[in-house]
Design a protein around this ligand. Structure first.
Ligand code: NAD
Ligand code: UDP
Length: 392
């Protein structure tokens, strides 16, 4: 339930605000809307082209009484590429949060123009309207702006690879290292970096109050789609949904280039706590770039596949396959122009010092709750689809 009096980290009363949330119908947006409705008095103008993932917040299930937050969330179906209503919504709000983006790696090298337009060009009016109207902006960037680690350029067994300054990614220190232009994978990172620089410059030259968020592999329920069920059969979502899809269909999990890249995964519900702190503590969050991730949850992609196989077997009651994984080349899986981030460990000093935030959930626990959700949500639909295919 929304509480009447909320205090910020400095003990001051938090006034209810109106938030224009662009991309509210996506994975992160849906969790942020849920949190804001259930625990705060704030109002959300939810902007997206899709609303499926927030439908449960917009209308109560048939026959049930109105949600406690009815009237505090309004959905505006619009494409920010070409809709003149956007400026009005930003003007009506105290804060704009921009989540809208193409952000699945399979698109970066195959649809580089859409990727660059979505992550840079389409975000320009949002930044301009905030700056011109004196509105605060929280913009979602990505940990991918760091690109590759410095250590990855050293020989494999070089002792410096073990030194944290050669791989830990720090907002105000680490460089941004991308591959060459023909490695179109980096079109996303490069567009995100340029919009970060533009926002930073708007802050420096025109006084824009901004916060930039760099998510490090947030995962949980409602992430992406399961191909052939609630997304295109040929679509390639991010790794959590790819591996979930393989597990649901009892296929081996595909390890791109052997699954040697490393990632740190953070539970969406932990990460959303960090965003709420940013929303409600502008004095501590304005002018900052924050890494949001969990440095304790590092695995190789191969280890992730093994852990997901083990956890899924437990939640579904089905034994794992004899050969649960299969190697596939990145060229076959993603096509020409793919490249990869080798390792992503966030430095947590800034977010910890300014907002006191630390992630809590272990990789095992977050996979258990997420795969329980995937199994409950999708297993029947997949069984029906597979039965249909076997009879045609
Ligand atoms: P998502 O794809 O689930 O959500 C993005 C939402 O934006 C979608 O609902 C989409 O319909 C909407 N959108 C896109 N273009 C739009 C347009 N032109 N007009 C209106 N709506 C539009 O992705 P997500 O995982 O929720 O990510 C949100 C943000 O966080 C993105 O900017 C992404 O780059 C960033 N990010 C996320 C992660 C992660 O771990 N999930 C990691 C790095 C960066
Ligand atoms: N990956 C994989 N198999 C899959 C999907 C992804 O091995 O079915 C790998 C991918 O090559 C990358 C990592 O998993 O090394 C994470 O991919 P994701 O799409 O989640 O996004 P990223 O972290 O690269 O932004």
């Amino acid at each position: 339930m929304a509480t009447a009096a909320r205090l910020d980290l400095d003990g001051n009363l938090i006034d209810p605000i109106t938030i224009c949330m662009i991309g509210a119908g996506g994975f992160i947006g849906s969790h942020l809307c849920e949190k804001l409705m259930a625990e705060t008095p704030h109002t959300v103008l939810a902007v997206d082209v899709y609303s499926d993932k927030i439908k449960h917040l917009l209308e109560p299930p048939s026959g049930e009484k109105a949600h406690a937050w009815a009237g505090r969330i309004q959905f505006h179906r619009l494409n920010i590429k070409n809709d003149s209503r956007l400026e009005g919504l930003i003007k009506m709000s105290d804060l704009t949060i921009n989540l809208a983006a193409i952000c699945t790696p399979a698109d970066y090298n195959t649809r580089p123009l859409d990727t660059i337009y979505s992550n840079f060009i389409d975000a320009l009016p949002v930044v301009r309207y905030c700056s011109e109207n004196g509105k605060r902006l929280i913009h979602f960037s990505t940990c991918e702006v760091y690109g590759k680690t410095i250590g990855s350029f050293l020989p494999k067994d070089h002792p410096l690879r073990k030194e944290p300054e050669f791989y830990v990614l720090k907002e105000d220190v680490s460089p941004c290292i991308f591959g060459s232009i023909e490695k179109q994978r980096w079109s996303y990172a490069c567009a995100k970096q340029l919009i970060e620089r533009l926002i930073y410059a708007e802050g420096a030259e025109n006084g824009l109050e901004f916060t930039i968020v760099r998510p490090f592999n947030w995962i949980g329920p409602r992430m992406d789609f399961i191909p052939g069920v609630d997304g295109p059969s040929e679509g390639v979502p991010r790794v959590l949904a790819c591996f979930s899809n393989n597990l649901l269909r009892r296929e081996p999990l595909k390890l791109v280039d052997g699954g040697q890249s490393q990632r740190t995964f953070v539970y969406i519900k932990d990460a959303i706590e960090a965003i709420l702190l940013m929303i409600e503590n502008p004095g501590r969050a304005n002018g900052q770039i924050f890494n949001v991730g969990n440095p304790n949850n590092e695995v190789t992609v191969k280890q992730l596949a093994e852990l997901m196989t083990e956890v899924y077997s437990k939640v579904s009651g089905e034994p794992p396959l004899e050969d649960p994984t299969v190697d596939v080349s990145s060229k076959v899986f993603y096509g020409e122009g793919y490249d990869d981030s080798d390792k992503r460990i966030p430095d947590m000093t800034i977010i910890n010092t300014r907002l006191g935030w630390i992630p809590k959930t272990s990789l095992h626990d977050l996979l258990e709750s997420t795969l329980t959700y995937q199994h409950k949500t999708y297993s029947e639909a997949i069984k029906r689809e597979m039965a249909k295919l076997s009879t045609t």
